[in-house]
Ligand binder design. Structure first.
Ligand SMILES: Nc1ncnc2c1ncn2[C@@H]1O[C@H](COP(=O)(O)OP(=O)(O)OP(=O)(O)O)[C@@H](O)[C@H]1O
Length: 297
């Protein structure tokens, strides 16, 4: 869907992107992660043709990005941009028309989204009279109303309470199921775990990690198992620091060169194995690990 090759961008003396390659497959939710100032917004602005790269290419559906492609893209920028004095309905009509919808099509789409997000009763309110979360919902509709094939969301959950964040999460997943490709830039790692199929991490202008969430989690496995035993047949070594609760003992052990089956059969000699589960790192742990190792280099 989106292929970025050798992208470079500097602001005055500051390098914001260095040789970034990225391949975003069609129909996935692609997480773009990175610490503050890493270069994520710069990359998203280039894809949205708000700023220009110094070198490198961006292709959408196999063709070099052109001004007409803006209609295929929906961009929710980090700094939201609604006209405060304008009413919700008029504003959404305005944005839909800008993105190429006819007036009748715009009305149908807007009505359907206002109903879906349960905000039709606010259609005649000015943006300045809305709460932050309400305005966020209007901005989300303005981003998706023209049914873009590529949706780029920069921190889409900021300003939402947990209930509304959940509603937006579900809408993102529904759009994905309808075939929309989504790029999601966020610092909320739990949303990445829940929503993203692929992810890339950018740190200090360079891409430092890229792959499917499954592959990445697999490659960072610490090879440590969580084990719960009951009905002990013999005492557990103290260095395993087992935690006792009622008649179960819980601890973690590294594979230390053994196969999982070898470790499991060793555990069976100690008692009934109630739980034997490999610990997988969270995306947050991987993120912190990657950023810290890059800093140590
Ligand atoms: N217009 C600009 N002029 C000069 N420097 C800029 C400009 N825009 C961004 N930068 C710098 O480029 C770097 C990358 O910024 P960018 O906004 O792309 O980061 P980011 O990954 O989106 O960060 P955050 O997570 O904080 O939003 C930062 O060091 C920033 O200060």
């Amino acid at each position: 869907m989106l292929q970025i090759s050798g992208l470079n961008k500097s602001y005055e003396n500051h390098r914001a992107l260095t040789d970034v390659d990225l391949l975003v497959p069609k129909g996935v939710v692609f997480g773009l992660l990175g610490p503050n100032g890493a270069g994520k917004t710069t990359l998203l602005r280039i894809v949205n043709q708000i700023i220009e790269q110094d070198s490198g290419t961006v292709e959408l559906d196999g063709n070099k990005l052109s001004p007409e492609d803006i209609r295929k893209i929906g961009y929710l920028p980090e700094e939201r941009g609604l006209y405060k004095k304008m009413k919700v309905w008029d504003q959404l009509i305005y944005f839909s028309r800008l993105k190429g919808l006819s007036e009748s099509e715009a009305k149908i789409q807007i009505k359907s989204w206002l109903d879906k997000l349960e905000i039709d009763s606010w259609r005649d309110k000015k943006i300045e009279d809305l709460s932050k979360g309400m305005a966020q919902k209007v901005q989300f509709i303005a981003t998706v109303v023209h049914r873009p094939s590529l949706l780029i969301l920069d921190e889409p959950f900021s300003g939402f309470d947990p209930v509304n964040a959940e509603i937006i999460k579900n809408e993102i997943l529904e759009l994905k199921h309808k075939g929309t490709t989504v790029i999601l830039s966020t610092h909320r790692m739990e949303s990445v775990e829940l929503l993203c199929d692929h992810l890339a991490m950018i740190n200090k202008s360079r891409k430092i990690l890229d792959g499917t969430v499954k592959e990445i989690k697999r490659s960072f496995r610490p090879e440590v198992f969580q084990i719960v035993l009951s009905q002990l047949k013999k005492a557990l070594p103290v260095e395993w620091t087992p935690k006792r609760s009622d008649d179960t003992w819980e601890f973690t052990l590294p594979l230390a060169g053994k196969s999982p089956n070898e470790l499991l059969s060793e555990m069976m000699d100690f008692g009934e194995v109630m739980t034997f589960r490999e610990q997988t790192p969270s995306i947050e742990e991987i993120f912190i690990h990657q950023v810290q190792s890059a800093a140590d280099e």
